[in-house]
Design a protein around this ligand. Structure first.
Ligand code: F6P
Ligand code: MG
Length: 488
């Protein structure tokens, strides 16, 4: 806690904050979803799996108690020991928070949002990490939902698969013809490369608008035509700060300077469609030479419902290995795939499988990503993670929760420079940070003067209610860069 930014954090007790709504509306609904999922899996167990059925029922009952505690604003209790070192960190922090509150306890409706929400998923996680039967040990109660979500983004996946294949073919073709270019054409080519990079990264950004209705309308339109699409230009207006040009420049410079290893890292957010577009970006970066390898950082336990765990990566590749079968089980889309569509998806699968096998696409889990604290704690709590990330040319942090952790989920003035708000990961850290974030929580920094007020005054923006409602829906986005390797 002492390592976090020294300004107040968002609290579940504050009625103007999205924290308030999350704790009272979203979290109980999320636990109910987990109960439904476990119930379905219990009923699918074979009749003779008595131990597993009994354990499943105990897990359902524990989830029910957790929901009761939450809805009745009971005290947060110690997390049971599952042998992982982070349990001690969670419990020590809970005790310290209790002492600070004066009353010795911390309650669900009066806790710092970031701690309370991570604690919720850690409590759910311990039910499965301490399970004794194979049916429940390491079970992911959100896996079904994640795969269903991916299945329903079929149109966008197909569009993007076709475009990806075209782009890769174009890159390969332009490599063959590069030696024929006149000098003047080279700068045109660099400009075109930048435009394509920005577009690929923006698709990756909007893949984070995981609210399905938003996602399907945005991505379907956005990616129909990557270049010159009216729809994409429309959503570009909603990127309030866009530092993608700066990120491109550092990657291009590393390429020009001939750095042997040009690593890009992606601290992942959500599975399904978002992971799909992350892989599109990763594959593109390697194909075009802006990176020689991409390291992906997933979570180590079911997290914030849709976050990527290693099993989701495997499940996505599996689905793409045999898309006809995967989509044949779709409830929403019964139409079969055309031969071309099937071949495009298989092309992606082969490309990503090869990158993975060649060590150019690497999955690197670390339990730090599911700690309760902000990333301000990284240098002290997980110095090995920081050391590793310093090897990278660019570390991309996807999504809202990563942004909250970068900024400590603190009540910054929205004009605070991004480089200040990320504290120890900012200037001098040795890291280049790029946040790709659609806004789904109150914290926002790095805005020009007057921008927050301007959007608050728009319909649904929050007006003078004291709430920054515009930042809750995923409609707006910020893309912010900090060069901690440089001097500025
Ligand atoms: O609804 C709020 C919330 O649960 C936030 O706590 C969290 O930051 C966000 O949703 C998850 O979004 P993302 O998947 O982009 O991190
Ligand atoms: Mg997420």
């Amino acid at each position: 806690m002492d390592l976090d930014p020294p300004i107040p954090k968002y609290q579940t007790s504050d009625p103007t904050s999205f924290a308030y709504k999350s704790a009272r509306e979203r979290w109980p609904a999320i636990i109910t979803g987990a109960i439904d999922d476990v119930t379905r899996s219990v009923s699918a167990l074979p009749g003779d799996a008595e131990d597993a059925v009994a354990e499943g029922k105990r897990i359902i009952s524990s989830l029910g108690s957790l929901k009761y505690e939450l809805q009745h604003d009971r005290a947060l209790v110690e997390i049971g020991d599952d042998g992982q070192a982070d349990v001690g960190l969670y419990n020590d922090e809970l005790a310290a928070r209790g002492r600070e509150s004066g009353g010795g306890v911390v309650k669900w409706h009066g806790v710092e949002w970031l701690y309370g929400e991570c604690y919720l998923y850690r409590r759910i996680g311990v039910l499965f990490s301490t399970a004794r039967t194979a049916a429940w040990k390491g079970y992911d109660p959100f896996a079904r939902q994640k795969m269903d979500t991916f299945r329903s983004s079929r149109n966008a996946v197909l569009e993007l698969a076709t475009r990806y294949r075209e782009i890769i073919a174009q890159i390969k073709g332009s490599e063959d013809h590069r030696h024929l270019l006149a000098a003047g054409d080279e700068s045109d080519e660099a400009e075109a490369e930048k435009t394509l990079f920005v577009e690929m990264a923006e698709i990756c950004l909007w893949g984070n608008a995981t609210d399905l209705s938003l996602l399907t309308t945005l991505t379907y339109e956005d990616i129909q035509k990557l270049q010159g699409s009216q729809a994409r230009r429309e959503s570009e207006k909603n990127v309030i700060v866009n530092d993608l040009g700066k990120a491109f420049d550092v990657l291009k410079r590393a390429e020009r300077e001939g750095h042997q290893n040009r690593r890009v890292d992606i601290v992942l957010d959500n599975a399904g469609f978002e992971l799909f577009v992350d892989l599109v970006l990763a594959g593109y970066l390697v194909a075009v030479g802006l990176a020689t390898e991409v390291v992906l950082h997933p979570k180590s336990m079911p997290w914030f419902v849709s976050d990527v765990v290693p099993g989701d990566f495997a499940a996505l590749l599996d689905a793409m290995r045999d898309p006809a079968t995967f989509y044949a089980s779709s409830e929403t889309e019964s139409k079969g795939l055309t031969e071309q569509q099937e071949s495009d998806i298989k092309f992606l699968f082969e490309d990503w499988k090869n990158l993975h096998e060649d060590g150019k696409l690497i999955l690197r889990p670390n339990r730090f990503w599911t700690h309760a604290g902000s990333f301000w704690r990284m240098p002290k709590i997980a110095p090995e993670v920081l050391e590793d990330l310093r090897e990278s040319e660019l570390v991309v942090f996807k999504g809202d929760l990563n942004y909250r952790k970068l900024t400590g989920d603190a009540t910054w003035q929205p004009t605070t420079p991004f480089t200040d708000a990320i504290g120890p990961l900012g200037p001098g850290s040795g890291l280049r940070v790029l946040a790709l974030r659609t806004c789904k929580a109150d914290v926002v920094v790095g805005l020009p003067n007057g921008k927050d007020e301007e959007i608050r005054a728009m319909e649904g923006g929050g007006g003078d209610s004291g709430a920054r409602k515009w930042a809750w829906s995923g409609k707006w986005a910020v893309v912010q860069f900090s060069d901690g390797k440089g001097t500025t």
